[in-house]
Design a protein around this ligand. Structure first.
Ligand code: SAM
Length: 279
């Protein structure tokens, strides 16, 4: 019988953030494929777990996958862990999952911490719809293309960034975002956890020398004024609802777009709701 591949989420800072299931799986598997074996060893020591570790990172992923798949096919159960958080999210894992699916090897996700979700839930930005862009590319052309996508994205945007590149990225974001809200979630789950909220300019001033780890979260774009004529009032309502606005705020915004008094829009919604209730 083939073995199973477990994708085990580990803490992103606070070591208490590991699930009981994750601990049990790490105790039970035959070996652990880790992004940085020294880093994972510290976690295993903390949990009193002793297990064979195999290094599995971005630079040896292709070579290591074959060996791991052979072991899985022989019946060994393997856990994949990254340095922090959820494997396969801006970390190795995606490729081995694809290979396992092709070879009909069972994959079992063990959920837990993930920096993008941890940052999002406390950001104060809309959590209804969001787009994760990972790390911005360094190549000038593809970076410019991504920045354009971010500028037009109407969902909350989430980015990862290395501390030494944060200032450059904030500068690039400043050129496209204008007054849109931005949140920097710093050192999540750690002692120096902090949230910086404001416009990009305001946030830049709050973090002159970034140290530590950051998630960048950006308020989604609102459609440009020329687009309003193409959207019905109902479509506008749904769009604002997805952005997390309350009914009162939505009506105010639609009235502004349509250049009519608020109560006119309000009356229309009362009529729609009445008809829906009677039906
Ligand atoms: N797989 C991980 C996850 O589930 O979140 C992400 C790994 S990615 C290589 C590392 C990036 O995640 C960092 O550069 C930073 O943007 C973000 N990150 C990881 N831990 C963090 C933390 N404790 N606080 C803020 N950001 C963090």
């Amino acid at each position: 019988m083939k073995g199973k591949l477990y994708l085990v989420a580990t803490p992103i800072g606070n070591l208490e953030d590991i699930t009981m299931r994750a601990v049990r799986i790490l105790q039970e598997v035959d070996c652990i494929a880790a992004e940085d074996t020294r880093h994972t060893l510290k976690l295993l020591n903390h949990l009193n777990i002793s297990k064979p570790l195999i290094s599995y990172h971005r630079h040896n992923e292709e070579i290591r996958i074959e060996g791991l798949l052979t072991e899985l096919e022989k019946g060994k159960n393997i856990a994949v862990v990254s340095d922090a958080g959820t494997p396969a999210i801006s970390d190795p894992g995606e490729e081995i999952v694809k290979e396992c699916i092709q070879r009909e090897i069972e994959i079992i996700p063990i959920p837990g911490p993930c920096a993008l979700i941890t940052g999002l839930i406390a950001s104060g930005l809309s959590t209804k719809e969001f787009t994760f862009f990972g790390f911005l590319p360094l190549n000038k052309k593809t970076r410019a293309e991504k920045l354009k996508e971010i500028q037009e994205e109407t969902h909350t945007v989430i980015l990862y960034e290395a501390p030494h590149k944060l200032q450059t990225t904030l500068k690039d974001l400043e050129s496209i975002l204008g007054d849109r809200k931005l949140v920097l979630a710093k050192e999540l789950t750690k002692i120096h956890e902090n949230f910086f909220r404001g416009t990009v300019k305001e946030v830049q001033a709050m973090v002159p020398e970034p140290k530590g780890e950051y998630v960048i979260l950006i308020e989604g774009a609102t459609k440009s004024i020329e687009d309003w004529s193409k959207l019905s009032i109902q479509e506008q309502y749904v769009m604002y609802q997805k952005q997390g606005l309350e009914k009162k705020e939505i009506i105010k915004q639609i009235a502004k777009n349509q250049k009519v008094p608020k109560n006119e829009i309000y009356k229309q919604f009362i009529t729609v709701e009445d008809t829906e209730e009677k039906a």
